[in-house]
Design a protein around this ligand. Sequence first.
Ligand code: FEO
Ligand code: CA
Ligand code: CA
Ligand code: CA
Length: 601
Amino acid sequence: GADLGPSPAGTDFVAVAPNTDDTITVPEGYDQEVVIRWGDKIFPDAPEFDIDNQTAAAQERQFGFNNDFAGLLPVDGVPNTYLLVISHEYTTEPFMFAGYDEENPTEEQVRIGWASHGLSVVQVKGEPGTGRLTPEFGQYNRRITATTEFLVTGPAAGSSLLRTTADPTGTKVAGTLNNCAGGVTPWGTVLSGEENFDQYFANADRVTEPVAAERLARYGIEGEASDRKWERFDSRFDIAAEPNEVNRFGWIVEIDPWDASSTPVKHTALGRFKHEAATIHVADDGTVVSYSGDDERFDYMYKFISSRRMQDGTSRAAVRHNMTLLDAGTLYVAKLSGDHAGEIDGSGTLPEGGQFTGKGEWIPVLRTHEDGRSESLVDGMSAEEVAVFTRLAGDKVGATKMDRPEDFEANPVTGKVYVALTNNSKRGVDGAAAADEANPRVGNKNGQVLEIDDDHAGTSFTWNLLLVCGDPNEADTYFGGFDKAQVSPISCPDNLAFDPHGNLWISTDGNALGSNDGLFAVVLDGPRRGETKQFLTVPVGAETCGPIVGDNRVVVAVQHPGETDDASWDSPGSHWPDGGQAQPRPSVVAAWKSGDGRIGV
Ligand code: FEO
Ligand code: CA
Ligand code: CA
Ligand code: CA
């Protein structure tokens, strides 16, 4: 074949082979080390973690469970020092407590669960010559949990749909739940998506009024007792007792990590759904665009365009202004069309021309004005209803049903926008929506990655599928046109990141090819476009989250290690990271090239 030259900067490493090893594997010549684990103290007065003697009071001063998003923000004027901001998506009590009784959790176990959710802000120190990061007891260290007070902003703030017994104002929410991925904003705050919040609420089956029942059903909120039985210890988790509490979750939240006493915000102008994340792109005119996927089979992709312009710099005044950017503007939902509609048969076979391509438009559903007024752009729904029941608005305007949109993020080098569509076992099955050009496989096990050329502050775009994931030996996969004999197998793309050279990095969740999840680099431009190389694999049962790829450091969050189908407390699926017979612990890992070399160079 033609000489394609060396792998471009950022991707020049020897790919890690797929494996099922209970460890972190990095390319030859690289090192890796745990940064922080579930239970590690982040305040000097916290007790050392003791898995057999946990308390809620201790957990509130320790690193939370199931780390997902990772952000690394340099501390101004302090060399090699950062704030590591991490989300803690959810708890898995049977793997947290010896002898856990799923039918009868104790109140202390429930309170530990609340304290294990949310986010952590931890100062970390870099070390010259390596990518190692060491936690410190810095002034910004903070735990945000399921009970920390949040302020609601935007069109649903104060709405009758958000008022509860504990908060008749509808503006103050206790806590954040199921914080999955997120984004660091250009103004130095962190956005986090409240994703699968449905699982915390009990007794939806007692709601019989048809409109309320339809709303709950559209968000997958159903059944009797919740898995964790939190409703026994706080009636706000009982929908029969507090029907509106559930409406106070499912938002994008914004944390100002530079003020440990600040009240975090829930931005309702961005809509309520199972937000995987939100990521910001600054448009040429200074307004900001927030991209967000709704991670559910057959759900939608959204963007929000602010009306206010970003103020440059990180002064407190600029941050205060910029934290209002997501409170005024227009929310849109995506509608896609394919260029080869007649040729899509659900097998993944490429159409004539060799690529899945198409066009799209952004359909406005909700406009929020700078004076706080808001207007619905959807017939038959009020502005508050569009904000709180955004999925129903997307249904009404005919948005395109996607294969589980996870991370959705613009490349800071090229401006092109990428969406990880992780999988959709129900695509085209049993009367569900048929395959289309953007979601081209029936019963999609391995997912795909969408590349969008977006008119960021406008309403039209073109798109193509960069990757149709899976085993490259299978005919239904596509790697940007690159030679499939030379790529790493990749399955179930979830989180996205970009290295300083503009390459795309993808972490996976639920590898359907039988080996462990991992992190992959993908070349986007030039003759090697589509070349996909595995940089790292995570231990047994774990998902790879939160990737950060810098010049000389890669950071990943290793979520739910050991949680295989047949694992239990007495028979853990993993002993990582502590080894021996230890229970597994979700942990953050840094990797770097030995001898201060730059990543992939
Ligand atoms: Fe929490 Fe969509 O992954
Ligand atoms: Ca997860
Ligand atoms: Ca995710
Ligand atoms: Ca996922």
